[in-house]
Structures are given as structure tokens and as C-alpha cells.
Design a protein around this ligand. Structure first.
Ligand SMILES: NC(=O)c1ccc[n+]([C@@H]2O[C@H](COP(=O)([O-])OP(=O)(O)OC[C@H]3O[C@@H](n4cnc5c(N)ncnc54)[C@H](O)[C@@H]3O)[C@@H](O)[C@H]2O)c1
Length: 247
């Protein structure tokens, strides 16, 4: 696909992050859109933003849909009336199948590295967890347990300080990433235009991919994570280093 103008794109998870940026960039190129999100209000906001920048005549609809619920996906498909909607999702497993049975349908597998989005906040909300401010003592106790298991002493750290640390971590994930969702969406759309079946988003994703291929058996071991960090991959996911005054 060389040009998105006049095509129809279905963007799931379009209420935030990479999904919203993909929708915006596609809309600006005159691609018709059906956007959905588990959060109806954020999908509707994305639609409004898209309409502001899309060329006249571009159609954008927004839908509430939890893509983990097949009946909702079917209802979404029916609403979109896309003749060939891949209900199973676009995955690596479809590539050969589609090459044989529907060569006009292309698949790209997207593998992002660290992208600065609100995925941490959003996931907590979707899982029905309270906001950080309202976090109950039982949740804070679990965080303490996790920290202790990782060798970090929580003695002398108060509950409000634990909450502040969680908040800082989520904000740091969003604000200190090597790529913004806007940059990620541009890389993804370039990959689709170039018909790349695998789109690695960011240097960290490329390095992770290279290292997994080098030593696949080690991929889920702690030693592998340590090697990744030594290679400078995912440094942005580490808690901010203590300033010299503090150490
Ligand atoms: N941000 C990263 O560093 C990163 C890295 C690798 C993979 N990913 C993956 O990329 C995808 C997009 O992430 P993002 O960082 O843009 O996050 P995001 O939270 O900014 O956006 C994800 C959107 O998907 C929606 N959503 C969640 N569950 C849904 C469901 N069941 N049905 C419909 N909508 C749903 C959320 O409401 C949200 O609007 C996610 O699958 C994420 O796991 C992100």
C-alpha cells in the first residue's frame, strides 16, 4: 500500500497513545476511519480530533468496543460493514495464510520498544483499579512486597511516599521514552506503506530483536534482562538515578 488516501482503516485502542496517533496521521492523509476503544469517550475525542485535520469528505466513525470480547468485535465489524474484517486480529500467523488465500490483504506485525504513552494509567483504569490517590492500604502492601522481592528495602518509606513513587514511575514511562506515540505512529505507517511484514519501532526494539535471535533460549532469563540493560536497552524504564546530593 503506497497511499492511505481514500482507504478505510480500522484502528482499535484509538482513544490514546499509538492508536490515537495512528488515527490522526491516517486522517490527515484522507484515510476513512472506524476507530474504537474500550473507553467510548476517548474514542469519540479521537474522532473529533481527526475530523479537525482530515480533508473534506473523509469519514470517521467512533465506536465503543472491547476487543477481548468477540461479540463486541462482531458488533463493531457489523457497524463498520467492512467486508473482510480480520476478527482474529492481524498476527504473524496470518501472513502465509493470507499470501495463499487472499494475497490482496497485507499484514504487518508491529513490535514497539518503549513508547511514551499513558499505557500504565490506562491499564490500571481498565482493570478497575483505583486511581493512585485512592489506592487502598492492601494495594500498597502488594507494592511493598514486590519491591522487597526485588531487593529494595521499603523500611522507613511511608505509604504516601510509595504512592508518589508509583506516580513518578508512570509519569517517567510516559515522559522519558525514546519515542513519542506520534513518532511511533509515523514509523508504523511508513512500514505499512513499504509493505514490511515486521515493523520494529525504535532502536530498543531493534536491539531486543537482534539479541533474542542471537540467544533465543535465554530470552526469559534474568541474565538476558541484565545483558539488555548492559547494552543500553530499556534504560528509560529504570527508575531515575538518585541525584549526587542524595547519594
Ligand atoms: N507504550 C509502549 O512502550 C508499548 C511497548 C510495546 C507494546 N505496546 C502495546 O501497544 C499497544 C498500544 O499501547 P499504547 O502505549 O499506545 O497504550 P495506550 O494506553 O496509550 O493506548 C491503548 C488504548 O487501548 C485501549 N484499550 C485497552 N484495552 C482495550 C480493549 N480490550 N478493547 C479496546 N480498546 C482497549 C485503551 O483504552 C487505550 O485507549 C498496547 O497493546 C500496548 O501493550 C506498548
Amino acid at each position: 500500500m503506497k497511499d492511505f488516501s481514500g482507504k478505510l482503516a480500522v484502528v482499535t485502542g484509538a482513544g490514546s497513545g499509538m492508536g490515537r496517533e495512528l488515527a490522526l496521521q491516517l486522517a490527515s492523509e484522507g484515510c476513512h476511519l472506524a476507530v474504537c476503544d474500550i473507553m467510548a469517550d476517548t474514542a469519540a475525542e479521537t474522532r473529533c480530533e481527526c475530523m479537525k485535520i482530515a480533508p473534506a469528505g473523509t469519514r470517521v466513525t467512533s465506536h465503543a468496543c472491547d476487543v477481548s470480547q468477540e461479540y463486541q468485535v462482531v458488533a463493531f465489524r457489523d457497524a463498520v460493514k467492512a467486508a473482510k474484517f480480520a476478527v482474529n486480529g492481524f498476527s504473524e500467523g496470518l501472513i502465509i495464510d493470507l499470501r495463499h488465500n487472499a494475497p490482496h490483504v497485507k499484514v504487518s506485525v508491529v513490535m514497539p520498544g518503549h513508547i511514551g504513552t499513558n499505557v500504565g494509567y490506562n491499564s490500571q483504569k481498565i482493570l478497575g483499579k483505583p486511581s493512585i490517590e485512592d489506592m487502598p492500604a492492601s494495594e500498597i502492601a502488594k507494592i511493598r512486597e514486590t519491591m522487597e522481592r526485588r531487593g529494595l528495602s521499603t523500611t522507613g518509606i511511608t505509604d504516601p511516599e510509595i504512592k508518589a513513587m508509583v506516580k513518578m514511575q508512570l509519569e517517567s514511562f510516559r515522559d522519558n521514552a525514546p519515542l513519542t506515540p506520534k513518532q511511533a505512529a509515523a514509523i508504523i505507517l511508513d512500514g505499512v506503506r513499504n509493505e514490511q511484514w515486521r515493523i520494529l519501532v525504535g532502536e530498543d526494539a531493534r536491539e531486543l530483536d537482534r539479541m533474542v535471535r542471537e540467544t533465543p533460549e535465554e530470552a526469559y532469563e534474568l541474565s538476558f534482562m541484565n545483558r539488555l540493560l548492559e547494552a543500553g536497552v530499556y534504560q528509560t524504564l529504570l527508575p531515575p538515578a538518585a541525584s549526587p546530593e542524595e547519594s
